[in-house]
Design a protein around this ligand. Structure first.
Ligand code: AMP
Length: 392
C-alpha cells in the first residue's frame, strides 16, 4: 500500500518537527499493514483517541487500512456513540480535552492521494490509534510565493471549526520550518469531479441526493456565519459511503452580518452579485448550488463560454436547460439561478422542493438511502436534523 519511494522521500526530507515524539521513538515510515498488529492497539484511556476513532470509523469503515481490531458498534440513529471495546461514550458528553500536539513522527505515510497547487496530499495513519487520514503537505515557500497566506490561515481556521457529515473535517495541523501539515478526514472515494467526468452526468436520483447533501452542509455553514463562495465539483470529495464532503474553504469567509465584495472563486460558478462586485451575502452559495445542480444533470456548467461571454451570460442569467432534464429539476434550477439574491429559494425551502422530496424523502431510493446512510446522519453538535445520502 505504502509507496517505498514516497517513504524514502519523506525520510530524506529533514523532518525538523517543532514537536519531537514524546516517546522518543525513531521517526521511520514503515509500510501500512492491513492486519492486526500491536502498533494498532487502541489506547484505552485517551478521549482524543476515542474521538479520532469515531471519525476513523465514520470515514474508513470500508478502507483497506481499517484497523481490524476496531469494531464499530454504530447502530442506526446512534451517531454520537461508538463501541471501541468499552462503554459507548457520547461525543457531546465527553469532557473537553486539551488540543493534541501533532508532529510528523506520529504518522505512517502512505500513497499519494493527489496534488494541489501548493503541495501534495498523502494517505496517512496515526501510529498510535491506527486512525487513517489524509495528510496535506503545504510548502511555506510556495504559499508565500503565491501570496495565499491569508487564504490558508482562513481555510485552517474555518474548516477546523465546522463539524458536519458533508464537510471534510480538518482534525488538526502542525508545521516544521518548511511545511505546514493538515490532518484531514480521508475521503475514500476521491474527487466528485472525477466521478462526474467518468459518468458524464448524474441520474436525477443521485443529483437530487447530492444537491440535498450540499444544501445541508451549506445550511450548517451559513448558521455559523460562514459563506463558502467557491462551490464547484473540484472542491467536493466523496466519502466512503458515497456522501459528499465540501473540501476546500480557501475562499470562504466568516460573515458576521456584514457583506463583502471581493471578487473570488471560479468564473463559471460566480453569481451576478459577485461578478458585478456588489455587496453580497450567503445567498451567493445558493446561486453556485444552482450551477452545481445544473452541471450534475447536464454535464457542463450553464454559463460556460469565453470569459467575456460567461460574464455577460451570468449577469443576464442566460442559460438553457436541455429537454432530458425533468420539469421538477428545471423548476429548482430556476429557483436557485435568480439574479436578485433575496429572491433565490432558501436552503430550508429547497429541502421541501418536490424534486428533492421525490428522490430523498419518498420512494425506494430514499428508503435504501436511509438504511445505508444512517452513519452520516447528524452533525456532532446536533444542528443537522436531516440527512440525504446516496445509496449505491
Ligand atoms: P488539494 O490540494 O486539496 O486540491 O488536494 C489535491 C488532491 O488530493 C485532491 O484533488 C484529491 O484528489 C486529493 N485529496 C485531497 N484531500 C483529500 C482527502 N481528504 N481525502 C482523499 N483525497 C484527498
Amino acid at each position: 500500500m505504502a509507496s517505498g519511494t514516497l517513504e524514502a522521500r519523506f525520510g530524506r526530507l529533514s523532518v525538523d518537527d517543532n514537536k519531537k515524539d514524546p516517546n522518543n521513538r525513531k521517526t521511520t515510515y514503515p509500510k501500512f499493514k492491513t492486519t492486526t498488529s500491536s502498533s494498532t492497539q487502541l489506547p484505552q484511556s485517551s478521549n482524543r483517541s476515542n474521538y479520532l476513532l469515531k471519525v476513523a470509523i465514520e470515514n474508513n469503515s470500508n478502507s483497506p487500512l481499517r484497523n481490524p481490531v476496531v469494531k464499530s458498534g454504530r447502530s442506526k440513529g446512534s451517531e454520537e456513540s461508538v463501541d471501541v471495546g468499552q462503554k459507548p461514550c457520547p461525543i457531546s458528553k465527553q469532557p473537553p480535552v486539551a488540543p493534541k500536539q501533532f508532529h510528523l513522527g506520529m504518522f505512517e505515510i502512505g500513497r499519494p492521494l493527489g496534488k494541489g497547487k501548493f503541495g501534495r496530499v498523502y494517505l496517512a495513519r496515526e501510529r498510535k490509534t491506527g486512525f487513517v487520514c489524509a495528510l496535506k503537505v503545504l510548502y511555506k515557500s510556495e504559499i508565500r510565493k503565491g501570496g495565499v497566506e491569508e487564504q490558508v490561515r482562513r481555510e485552517i481556521e474555518i474548516q477546523s471549526h465546522l463539524r458536519h457529515p458533508n464537510i471534510l473535517h480538518l482534525l488538526g495541523h502542525f508545521h516544521d520550518s518548511k511545511r505546514i501539515f493538515l490532518i484531514l478526514e480521508f475521503a475514500g472515494r476521491g474527487e466528485l469531479y472525477k466521478h462526474l467526468t467518468r459518468e458524464g452526468r448524474f441520474p436525477e436520483w443521485k443529483a437530487a441526493q447530492y444537491v440535498a447533501q450540499m444544501a445541508l452542509a451549506l445550511q450548517f455553514c451559513h448558521k455559523k456565519h460562514v459563506i463558502h463562495r467557491d462551490i464547484k465539483p473540484e472542491n467536493i470529495l466523496v466519502g466512503i459511503h458515497g456522501e459528499l464532503k465540501i473540501a476546500d474553504f480557501g475562499w470562504s469567509v466568516h460573515a458576521p452580518s456584514q457583506r463583502r465584495n471581493t471578487l473570488c472563486g471560479t468564473l463559471d460558478y460566480l453569481p451576478p452579485d459577485i461578478v458585478r462586485q456588489q455587496w453580497y451575502s450567503e445567498k451567493v452559495d445558493l446561486w453556485s448550488l444552482g450551477v452545481l445542480m445544473y452541471e450534475f444533470l447536464v454535464g457542463s456548467a450553464p454559463f460556460e463560454d469565453s470569459v467575456v461571454l460567461t460574464h455577460r451570460r451570468i449577469v443576464r442569467c442566460e442559460y438553457n436547460v436541455p429537454n432530458f432534464v425533468s420539469r421538477e429539476a428545471k423548476d429548482l434550477i430556476e429557483k436557485l439561478l435568480v439574479v436578485a439574491p433575496e429572491k433565490r429559494i432558501s436552503l430550508e425551502e429547497l429541502q421541501e422542493h418536490p424534486w428533492i422530496v421525490k428522490y430523498c424523502v419518498e420512494g425506494e431510493r430514499a428508503s435504501m438511502r436511509r438504511s445505508t446512510m444512517a452513519s452520516g446522519k447528524s452533525s456532532s453538535d446536533g444542528e443537522s436534523s436531516r440527512s440525504f445520502g446516496v445509496g449505491e
